[in-house]
Ligand binder design. Structure first.
Ligand SMILES: [Zn+2]
Length: 68
C-alpha cells in the first residue's frame, strides 16, 4: 500500500517537471527552466512567475501564470 503511494508520488513529480515554466535569464543570456517556480502578482495586478535559474542560481522572472 505504501509503495503504491510512493510510485504515484514519483509519477506526479515527473509530470510536474515536464511542464516546467521557462524564463529568460539575463546572466546566462538564454531561456532556462525556472527552478522552484512561484506564482506572484505584480503591483498592477498581472500574474507573474518568479523562481531560480538552474544554471547560475540567479533569480529569473516572467510575466504570465504558472501553467498547471
Ligand atoms: Zn542563469
Amino acid at each position: 500500500m505504501q509503495k503504491i503511494a510512493i510510485d504515484l508520488y514519483t509519477n506526479l513529480s515527473v509530470n510536474i517537471s515536464k511542464k516546467m515554466v521557462t524564463a529568460y535569464c539575463v546572466k546566462d543570456k538564454k531561456v532556462v527552466e525556472i527552478k522552484n517556480p512561484v506564482e506572484v502578482t505584480l503591483k498592477n495586478g498581472r500574474p507573474a512567475v518568479k523562481g531560480t535559474c538552474p544554471h547560475c542560481g540567479g533569480t529569473v522572472f516572467r510575466i504570465g501564470k504558472l501553467k498547471k
